[in-house]
Design a protein around this ligand. Structure first.
Ligand SMILES: [Zn+2]
Length: 250
């Protein structure tokens, strides 16, 4: 399996790793800071720095899949095209430094955390989510209209209040006893280890802004999200309202 260091510390930008195996699909490392596409969040890009100073450009990160197409506990670093000669020189056991494109990842973390704030502002089930460096969208299962400016103002207030974020865990049994914690109809929390990772924004009890199971990467404080705005609200269907987030750049 690949040790996924970003789950415990989303701020890690690089780590020392060894190649477990590589094939045409990509490179599997023993440990990594690269987040694989999942939960709506895009996979990381970056580089694998080799011992001789050469770098392999990584264009995407995915969960590896078995013969039946089911995700395994390995993470696949997908090389950018045109690096066949460099790939041919690599072997299992080689030491590399895995380094993500941090500026891009930080934008993903800021947008991702902002989608949790949207879950607080729009208390409706989520039935779709996509987080990219340039925009994020969250689909709510609801029929009432949403107000773009009111949501932007609500986000600005929550960002300005500088709420802390805490990573925790609850047992599968606790989650089963509190199904309303799962806000997404489209993404199931990662189970299988007996506990499910949770993200709390704000304090405990009345000070809580949002609390839900999530396996993605987030910023440590809502102030770090910065100038995020609702750029568009779309009626995707009779029962779906899509909220699109962007950066407030002049
Ligand atoms: Zn999350």
């Amino acid at each position: 399996m690949t040790d996924d260091l970003f789950r415990a510390d989303a701020y890690l930008q690089e780590c020392a790793s060894r190649i477990v195996r590589l094939d045409e699909a990509g490179v599997v490392l023993d440990r990594t800071v690269f987040y694989p596409l999942g939960g709506g969040q895009a996979g990381d890009t970056g580089t694998l720095l080799l011992a001789d100073g050469r770098t392999l450009a990584i264009a995407d990160t995915r969960k590896a899949k078995d013969a039946e197409g089911k995700p395994t506990d390995e993470i696949l670093h997908v090389p950018a095209p045109g690096q066949e000669a460099l790939l041919a020189a690599l072997s299992a056991g080689d030491a590399v430094t895995a380094r993500i494109d941090w500026e891009r990842r930080h934008r993903l973390m800021r947008f991702h955390t902002a989608t949790h704030l949207l879950c607080h502002l729009v208390a409706q089930p989520v039935n779709g989510c996509s987080i990219t460096p340039d925009y994020a969208r969250l689909d709510f299962h609801m029929t009432d209209p949403l107000d773009k400016d009111a949501l932007t103002a609500g986000l600005a207030q929550l960002v300005g209040a500088a709420h802390p974020l805490a990573v925790g865990a609850i047992s599968d049994a606790e989650l089963d006893a509190n199904p309303s914690l799962v806000k997404s109809m489209s993404v199931q929390p990662p189970r299988g280890t007996g506990t499910v990772r949770t993200i709390r924004i704000g304090g405990e009890a009345d000070a809580q802004i949002d609390f839900q199971p999530c396996g993605g990467t987030h910023v440590a404080n809502t102030a770090e999200i910065g100038a995020v705005v609702v750029t568009k609200i779309e009626k995707k269907s009779a029962s779906t309202r899509r909220v699109v987030l962007g950066w407030n750049t002049p």
